[in-house]
Ligand binder design. Structure first.
Ligand code: TXA
Ligand code: MG
Length: 356
């Protein structure tokens, strides 16, 4: 049974943090908020704790974990042959939602990196995460604190729903501000490649390192290429999800037709969409909605992509908990952080993508 400590997100109680730091040093599992999503943390050099972490998540041992550090000064203890571009990026974006994949040093256990010669490292920006890292005094390996293949957790309630019995302590500081995970950038190749779009947008990376390549540049075909161990099913909801991408005007007709035809097949439909799409959809599906055959959930708005990112996983969990048979999800605009949202929804859709 997990112990829960509620802390202020900006000025966490030092005693709560000291207690959590002690738990980490003793090999326990501590869930904590970062600016992206909640992480499930363990002492990165304690192989027994790492083993428990993999078991708690139900995660295949082929999936490497991100190592969190308190400041850039700890980077060279974990990584070697750090290229100049990595230092520029760390200077520009740390603390923040950017994970740098670099050649690892021997001290990083193979279990953390799933046997790879590389390690993903980041300095998180959330005051609670930073305080915990300072207090623990050791690097913290932390995947997102969800059960494998569940949406990532953006609140302590999500963590408890998935990991209640497996986690020793949860630091509850409310909802996480960004809502999608960090950008994973591989610097072991030149030019560097984005392995997972996330909190730091491609546009911002290019301002610092103009040669950075997106996955779309590397793989011309449009199938999403998972990061190592990041299976396509990673974010799969319990009900089959179809993703719709396109402009709000083009999608409105197709989406409403699909809602009505799905209801006509006797199914109950959940719709997950930005505000603008729901406004256009409502009058077109009024009849089936009045009959209780459609449940809608708004996540943010097309005019406010960061809000869509923040709402995404909560709305997805809520809709998945409804007694719907299928979920039709509308993607945001693909620019900026919208790229990360579309990436997560594409994985949840397991390839069922409608472009209109
Ligand atoms: O925002 C985040 O990144 C959150 C918070 C808790 O920091 N963490 C997170 O961890 O999302 P996780 O384990 O759910 O996702 C880690 C991603 C995976 O896609 C993994 O493949 C990639 O980072 N990754 C980690 N180490 C890597 C490595 N050495 N080489 C390539 N990819 C790596
Ligand atoms: Mg994850």
């Amino acid at each position: 049974m997990a112990r829960i400590l509620v802390v202020d997100p900006v000025h966490p109680d030092p005693q709560a943090i000291a207690s959590a730091g002690e738990e980490i040093r003793r090999g326990r599992l501590v869930a904590f908020p970062t600016e992206t999503v909640y992480g499930l943390g363990a002492h990165a050099f304690d192989t027994a704790a790492i083993e428990r972490l993999f078991q708690a998540k139900g995660r295949p041992a082929t999936d490497p974990m991100i190592v969190h550090i308190a400041s850039v000064s700890q980077l060279d203890a974990l990584a070697q042959a750090v290229p100049a571009a990595a230092r520029d990026l760390a200077l520009a974006f740390w603390p923040g939602p950017l994970t740098l994949v670099l050649s690892k040093r021997h001290v990083v256990p193979d279990s953390v990196t799933a046997g790879r010669p590389t390690v993903g490292v980041r300095v998180p920006a959330h005051p609670v995460a930073l305080a915990l890292l300072h207090s623990a005094g050791v690097p913290i390996a932390a995947p997102s604190a969800n059960r494998f293949s569940r949406p990532s957790p953006t609140s302590a309630a999500h963590v408890l729903a998935d990991l209640q019995d497996a986690v020793d302590l949860v630091l509850d500081a409310g909802a996480t501000p960004i809502g999608v995970e960090s950008t994973v950038l591989d610097l072991t190749m030149s030019p560097p490649v984005v392995r997972r779009p996330g909190g730091v947008t491609l546009e911002r990376l290019l301002e610092v390192v103009p040669t950075v390549m997106s996955r779309a540049d590397v793989y011309a075909d449009e199938t999403p290429q998972p990061a190592p161990g990041q299976l396509l099913r990673h974010y799969a909801p319990q009900h089959p999800l179809t993703l719709y991408v396109g402009t709000v005007d083009h999608l409105a007709l197709r989406l409403s037709e699909d809602v009505r035809s799905t209801v006509a097949r006797g199914l109950k439909v959940g719709v997950l969409a930005p505000a603008e799409d729901l406004v256009l959809l409502a009058p077109r599906v009024a009849a089936v909605a009045a009959a209780g055959r459609v449940v809608t959930r708004r996540y943010g708005a097309r005019r406010d992509p960061p809000e869509s990112a923040r709402d995404l996983f909560r709305a997805l969990r809520e809709l998945d908990a409804e007694d719907v048979d299928v979920i039709l999800a509308v993607g945001p605009e693909p620019e900026g952080i919208g790229a990360a949202v579309i990436d997560r929804l594409t994985r949840a859709a397991e390839g069922r993508v409608v472009r209109a």
